[in-house]
Unconditional design. Structure first.
Length: 307
């Protein structure tokens, strides 16, 4: 049985664990620094197994990384979440320190794993994990676009009164205010969304997608976690089962899109090798400009981190 470890058994980590357990593809280890929390959540989850019909194990560990040994995928969600009014970038330095220490512990136990990052600011923390781990870039990937595209898809489905299952959206760029929803590659059962909704409505949905995280923080005082957890589970399954799924995710660019030495959201092929391919797709003028703006912002932030 494959093994997926999740560092940070908080809201996102635990949601990812539950969605992944229900996919029944890998044993799951939850790790946190809080006494009892990962073991308690793990026990609660396996007690759902007879009801939800899954057979994988879920176990918890506090501070001890030895159960992480041999993991195929390690998901890092540990960090401080955003508070109302706080941008993801405010979290930069604190979470960079947490990601550094966690990555070092993970690498010591699972030197061959694929690192799947979630801690915000996502694109910067993914870069940080790549640097600290010393892994080749294909083995370090960030979850961003799956969630952002899911939000975009949902809002399109809602506007059209159709099933969200029929909407495929594309959101590129950084996982923050500069993200780039790409209507050009958003379709409803193959029909371009641009043929189904007027530009003003698409613009409104794009903006709501950019503000999607903040909208939830403002409603309930903490970041959302179900959709992020589901997105992590989808990506972990793609790796463990070598599904070679094409999805937007944060990957290291080495010249693609004219950009170099930064992690940012682009379409990738995700399989057992991690980021197996980065697709350099044609973008219209507006999306291209937005992607460049997003990249410039993250380049600046990387300097703040000392890179
Ligand atoms: N090692 C392991 N776990 C840690 C560490 C650490 N060094 N530091 C913090 N944690 C744990 C916390 O104890 C907590 O259980 O990380 C968990 C984070 O969970 P939540 O506070 O519920 O936050 P969550 O909503 O899950 O968000 C996780 O995603 O959106 C980002 O910025 C957000 O970085 C945050 C991450």
């Amino acid at each position: 049985m494959a093994k997926v470890s999740i560092i940070g058994a908080g809201n996102v980590g635990a949601s990812a664990a539950l969605f992944l357990a229900q996919r029944d593809v890998a044993d799951i280890i939850l790790v946190d620094i809080v006494d009892g929390l990962p073991a308690g959540k793990a026990l609660d989850m396996v007690q759902a197994a007879p009801v939800q019909s899954f057979s994988v194990s879920v176990t918890g560990s506090t501070k001890d990384y030895s159960p992480v040994a041999g993991s195929d995928v390690v998901i890092i969600t540990s960090g401080l979440p955003r508070k109302p009014g706080m941008t993801r970038e405010d979290l930069l330095k604190t979470n960079a320190g947490i990601v550094k220490s966690v990555t070092e512990s993970v690498v010591s136990q699972a030197p061959d794993c694929i690192l799947l990052m979630l801690t915000n600011p996502l694109d910067l923390m993914t870069y940080q994990a790549w640097k600290v781990s010393g892994f080749p870039a294909n083995r370090v990937v960030g979850q961003s676009g799956v969630l952002d595209s899911a939000r975009f898809s949902y809002f399109v489905a809602e506007a059209l009164g159709v099933s969200p299952a029929d909407v495929t959206a594309m959101v590129l760029g950084g996982h923050g205010d500069t993200m780039v929803p790409v209507p050009q590659y958003t379709t409803v059962s193959g029909i371009p969304v641009t043929q189904l909704l007027p530009k003003e409505k698409i613009d409104e949905i794009s903006q709501r997608t950019r503000d999607g995280g903040a909208e939830i923080v403002n409603l309930m005082g903490v970041s959302g976690y179900y959709a992020a957890g589901a997105s992590l589970a989808k990506m972990a399954e793609a790796i463990v089962r070598d599904q070679k799924r094409i999805l937007p995710a944060s990957a290291l660019l080495t010249g693609q899109y004219g950009l170099d030495d930064l992690y940012i959201g682009v379409p990738i092929k995700l399989g057992a090798g991690g980021v197996e391919e980065i697709y350099e797709i044609e973008l219209d003028e507006e999306s291209r400009t937005e992607l460049n703006k997003s990249a410039a912002f993250y380049k600046e932030q990387l300097q703040v981190l000392g890179y």
